[in-house]
Design a protein around this ligand. Sequence first.
Ligand code: ZN
Length: 273
Amino acid sequence: MRRRRRTWTTAVAVTASLATVLPATWARAAGPARLDGAIVDLSYAYDDTTIFWPTEEGFKLEREHGEVTDKGYYYAANKFCTPEHGGTHIDAPLHFNATGKSVDALPLEQLIGEAVVVDVSAVVAEKPDYQVRVPDLRAWESAHSRIPHHAIVLLRTGWGKRWPDRATYLGTDERGTAAVAKLHFPGLHPEAARWLMGEREINAVGIDTASIDYGQSTMFETHVALFAQGVPAFENLANLDRVPARGATIVALPMKIRGGSGGPLRIIAIVPP
Ligand SMILES: [Zn+2]
């Protein structure tokens, strides 16, 4: 199988790219190790404003402790409950593929890779139902270079500016099953997903909207195409306007939920100086 070919060479490439980024920036910092702004946080915080699918309840944090104990020390501890798919999160292949990997089984090598940021914000600004297609990806290649093997391709639609306003981010602030038909935001066209996997052998894709399929999708064909090939998707990404078109390294570490179809994702871009 084609995807099995990614073996230790991927790990070596990843280690090499981190090695070229980290010491150089660390060396410039005085005192405790700092990266001088070279790390961009692509995750939103989880709170009661975090956007979830209209059919889901949101993130719930229950405070269990937050007080000075009778022994004199302060003690805080909370409990949280959340659907897997909301806020900045990963879709594991299992999400739309019964035999796909669950989130805990994804190899770490697949969650680290060179960032390719495709800025389609100008194209989609007036077209909330736009689907990013192969010509958009080829235009990126004409302007930059061929999308490298094992890249993590991030679609910058500009929708992040609307976060956390549900009405403009999702196209509706209604909730429940009837609201799903009113969703409007851009996504990745399934043909483009197949091209990225078949022709460029990417590691993963990501987007700054609520779903890798566009809002008006009813069959989630891009999800199905990606997960048939074992390629995960990152959704509701933050701060894509702070990641260069190429050259950054993405590290995406989801919560390791045994058997999970996805889950909360802490994802960063390491931007070389
Ligand atoms: Zn999801």
